[in-house]
Structures are given as structure tokens and as C-alpha cells.
Design a protein around this ligand. Structure first.
Ligand code: SAM
Length: 295
């Protein structure tokens, strides 16, 4: 069967439907079949895998996923693409397109409706770059049992997500994601394989669910609050940042210092040097005095 993603076929489809790209929706379509096959390879799909895709566009990646996976559910926000997808994906009965903003989607309902007969659920997507982080966090925070995410995004965000302590790119985003997932860059992707070409370089990352949390925490949200608060001003010490970010932190400096003492972490360090495990221990020690009561 002819691939959707060749430059010629893509142009033909766009012309047939008089489709014009919307920059505001992050519409940069892939026109390189090898890159698409490589993304699918990294996703490790079998006929027992269910896939959630975000933003099928004209179906370039969806098609390659559908050939390998059992069931594909793909969310597209742009209604103009629905008739296109109905046409291009007609050979693939295992694809269900849902016309919805992924951020509004009820993922638990999707699992119940489409994925009761698969062994695992994986997210595969060439993400719309304007909304990369909220989409990833939605998948992780929703607690839906997703085994892996193999997703394309701007390289700069990929670097932050996969960063190790002690590097410039390491920050609260690295911690929020690596708390749940092992993260690695699977491939770097040049601008030339997109239509239209984006302004930035891209990368595909692979996030795989950790079998065990890296640290036992009393409250995950509080861990993320402490880690975010520790990076407000990267050049400042973690003590300084926490005094500003924790409730009444300035007045309760001694209480904060006690938490450092208890955990054996030097308050003069910068946030970027702490591992997730250290952030977890620190958050647990700060929790009794600084967590905000649930509303
Ligand atoms: N998968 C196609 C490909 O690789 O060629 C298109 C990828 S393009 C980078 C992103 C797609 O996401 C576009 O089709 C866009 O309309 C869609 N999109 C943008 N925001 C979305 C959202 N919040 N929810 C669902 N789809 C969205």
C-alpha cells in the first residue's frame, strides 16, 4: 500500500482537500517514511498493543502505527482533518479517530472503551509543540496504566526531560517526569523531514514506566512543589529558593534548616545538583510544617 508520508502523496492530499496549515495548532507534518518507521520501531508495538496517538494530522504516523499495533485511538483537535483522515486511513479498521482536544480527553473512559483486550497501552505521537509539556504531564498524572511514551517534541524540551542532575538542562520538568518514567532520547530529527519546516530541531524521546518509584514520598504533589520552588532562581541556593517559595518560608527559616539537617543535605547547594531521591527525602522532611491543606 502507498505510504501517506511521501512528499508527493502529502502534497497531493493537501491539494485535494485545500488544506492550509495552522501554525497555532503546531501543524508540522512528517514527510519521511523512514523517520516514521523508526519512531514505530522505538515504540516496540505488537498486535497485542493498544496505542493512543495525539494529533494524527493527515494520518502519516497513524498509518505506520496501525500496521503494527492492535488498536489505535487518535485524538485530533482540528475538525478540517476529519474528512481527510476518513479517506487516508480507510484501509485501517483498527484506527478510531476522536475529534477532541487531548487535554480534555477522559483517558480512563478511553481505556475502558477501547483497550480491554490488549496487553499494554503505549502513547506514540509527533506532538504539537505549543502544548508538549501539558500533554505529557496529563498522561503521567492521570495515573492511567500507560507503559511507554514514544514522542516527538522540540529538542530543547527533550533535553530538559531527559537531563541528569548537575547539568544545565536539569530542572523541575526532569524531576516531574523521571519520578515516574525512565527517560532517554531515541533519535534527533532534522527540520527537513517536516512540512512546513519548524523553526527548531526536534527529538524523539522514549519514556518507560519505572517498576518502582525512585523514592517513597508522603505526597507526590508536595514533592513537585518543593522541586519547582527550588529552581525559581537557578543561581540561588536551594535554601534561598525554598525560603521564597514555601508558605511563610522567610519567617520559618529555622524549620527549613532543620529539614536539611535531618536529611543530611547541604542547604548551600543549588537545586540542579540534587537527585530525585534527595528531593524526595527533603520534601518528606518539610511536609509536616509546609504542606498546604487540601481544599
Ligand atoms: N501526526 C502528524 C504527523 O506526524 O505528520 C501530525 C503531527 S502535527 C506536529 C500535530 C497535530 O496535532 C496536528 O494535526 C494538530 O492539528 C494536532 N493538535 C494540535 N493540538 C492538539 C490538541 N490539543 N489535541 C489534539 N490534537 C492536537
Amino acid at each position: 500500500m502507498k505510504d501517506i508520508a511521501t512528499p508527493n502523496r502529502t502534497k497531493e492530499i493537501l491539494e485535494t482537500y485545500g488544506f492550509s496549515f495552522k501554525k497555532s495548532l503546531g501543524q508540522n507534518f512528517l514527510i519521511d517514511v523512514n523517520i516514521l518507521k523508526n519512531i514505530v520501531y522505538h515504540a516496540g508495538l505488537t498486535k497485542r498493543t493498544g496505542v493512543i496517538e495525539v494529533g494524527p494530522g493527515i494520518g502519516a504516523l497513524t498509518e505506520q502505527i496501525a500496521r503494527e499495533a492492535g488498536q489505535v485511538v487518535s485524538f485530533e483537535i482540528d475538525g478540517r482533518l476529519l474528512p481527510v483522515l476518513e479517506d487516508t486511513l480507510s484501509p485501517y479498521p483498527n484506527v478510531k479517530i476522536i475529534h477532541q482536544d487531548i487535554l480534555e480527553a477522559d483517558l480512563n473512559a478511553v481505556m475502558e472503551q477501547y483497550f480491554t483486550d490488549v496487553d499494554e497501552v503505549v502513547v506514540v505521537a509527533n506532538l504539537p509543540y505549543y502544548v508538549t509539556t501539558p500533554i505529557i504531564l496529563k498522561f503521567l498524572m492521570s495515573k492511567v496504566p500507560i507503559e511507554r511514551l514514544v514522542i516527538m517534541m522540540q529538542k530543547e524540551v527533550a533535553d530538559r526531560i531527559t537531563a541528569s542532575p548537575g547539568t544545565k538542562a536539569y530542572g523541575s520538568l526532569s524531576i516531574a517526569i523521571q519520578y515516574y518514567m525512565d527517560a532517554e532520547v531515541a533519535m534527533i530529527v532534522p527540520k527537513t523531514v517536516f512540512m512546513p519546516q519548524p523553526n527548531v530541531e526536534s527529538a524523539v524521546i522514549r519514556l518507560s514506566r519505572k517498576t518502582e518509584a525512585p523514592v517513597e514520598v508522603i505526597d507526590e504533589d508536595f514533592l513537585f512543589e518543593v522541586s519547582r520552588g527550588s529552581f525559581v532562581q537557578r543561581r540561588k541556593t536551594i535554601l534561598n529558593n525554598l525560603q521564597t517559595s514555601l508558605p511563610n518560608g522567610k519567617e520559618k527559616k529555622d524549620t527549613i534548616l532543620e529539614a536539611f539537617e535531618k536529611t543530611g543535605i547541604d542547604p548551600g547547594r543549588r537545586g540542579e545538583t540534587l537527585t530525585i531521591e534527595e528531593f524526595g527525602r527533603l520534601a518528606n522532611a518539610l511536609y509536616p510544617d509546609f504542606h498546604r491543606p487540601q481544599k
